[in-house]
Design a binder for this molecule. Sequence first.
Ligand code: GLC
Length: 455
Amino acid sequence: MNQKIILESAYQLLEDAIIWNKGEPTGTVAALDKSLSAQNYSECFIRDFFPSALVFLMDGRTDIVRNFLTIVLSLRFQQKKMEGHDLAVGLMPASFSISKDEDGKEHVQADFGDRAIGRVAPVDSAMWWLILLRCYTIISGDVKLSHSDDFQHGIRQIMSLYLQESFEVSPAMLVPDGCCMIDRRMGVSGHPLEIQSLLYGMLLTAQELLIPNEINKSLLSIIKKRTQTLRSYIRLYYWLDIQSLNEIHRYKSEEFGWEAVNVLNINPEIIPNWIDGFLPEGTGFLVGNVGPGKIDFRYFAMGNLLAILFGLATDDQASKIMRLYEIHWDQLIGQMPVKIVYPAVTGKEWTFMTGSDPKNVAWSYHNGGNWPSLLWVFAGAALRSGRKDLATKALKLSLDRLHKDSWPEYYDGKAGSLIGRRSNANQTWTATSAIIASRLIDDPDSLTVFDTLIF
Ligand code: GLC
C-alpha cells in the first residue's frame, strides 16, 4: 500500500489518542483498542508518550508537550505515603488518566505502579520526562519553562532521589525488576542496561537544564562526576565482543584484593552456549546487566539503542552493534522490527525468572517478542551510526504489515511473524514509532528534532 495512506492512518490514530484536560490537549492514551487486554492501556504512560511527543515536536505542536510536562511534574504529590516512610518526591508516575465526575468536573489521577500489575515502581518515568523537557526546550525555544522555580525545584528533587546514596558497589544504578519498559518480572533487577542508558541521558540533560547558580553549583559538579564514571564503567564492564568474551572465558575466579582482574568474580561457566559463534570480529554489544558474580548476556534492544543515541556507547561500539543487527537480522529483527530481547528464556529458567508468567512465555511479549514501538529508537541509532540503510530496511519491512494488522502492540515467535497473543490493536507508540522512523528517513527537516536526542 501507498506509504502516504499508511502514515495518514498512523496520524489519525495519534490524533484520536489525545486526551484533554480543561480543554487542553495533555497526553495520549497507550492504546485505542475497544477490547483492551489491560485496563490501564486507556491511560497516558509517561514512557509511551515520549514518541508521541517527538511527533508533536516535529509538527510544531509544542503546546501538547508543554501541558504534559507541566501536569506530570505536579502529579508527583499524588503518591501515597507508606507508613513509616516519606514521599519519594522525585518519583514520577507510570501513567495518569483524566476522568469526569457526575458534575462534569475533571480529575487527573496518577498511578505510581500501585494500581498496575505487580506493583512496580516506574524508575524510568522521570528519566523520560527530563530528557523530553530538553527536547521541548530546544525545539520551542521556551527556556522559561525549565528555568521556572517550579521546574528547577522539581529537577533538583528528581536528582536528589536518583543520586542518593544506597547500597551501590558500582557507578551503575541499582533498581528492582520490572522498573522500565519491561514492567513485569523478567530478571532485569540489579543494574539493567536500559536504566543505565536512560540515567546517562538524564544526567547530561540535568547538566544543561539546571541553571548554574549558587543553589545548583555543588549538585552540578556531582552530576558531572557521576556522568563520567557511569560512562567509563558501562563502556568497560558492559561491552562484549570476541576479545572480551575470550577474557571472560579464561577468567580465574576467587581473586581477592586490589590486584584482582576478575573483580566481579564471574565464573566462566555462566557463559551461555548461544554466545559461541554469535560475535564475529567487528561486532559486539552491551550486555543486559552486570553485578556481583553476574553477567546477563542477553541482548536488550532498548538499552543498546539508547546507548548509541545518547553517545554512551563509543562510535566504534555503536558501529559494531549496528553490524550485529546486519549479521543477525533474522534473530534481532526477523519479520518485524525490533526484538525486545534475544534470546528468550525457556524451561526452568523461565519458571524461576518470570514466576511462570503466562504472558511472558518464550518468544512472546517481553520474553523475546518483537516490538514495533522500538522502531523509532532503532532508526535513530542507525542514523546516528551512519546506517540509514538498516533504518530504511526495517521501515520497509514493517509499514504495510503494521497497517494491515491495525498497529499491534507486539508480535510473537522467533521470527516475529505472529501478532502477539494478548497484544492490543491500535497501540499508540506503534503508530508514532512508524511516523518518526519514516520522517527521519524521508524528511530532512525532522532531523532538528532528532538532534535534540544527541548530546
Ligand atoms: C506494557 C509495556 C510498557 C508500556 C505499557 C503501555 O506494560 O511493558 O512498557 O508502557 O504496556 O503501553
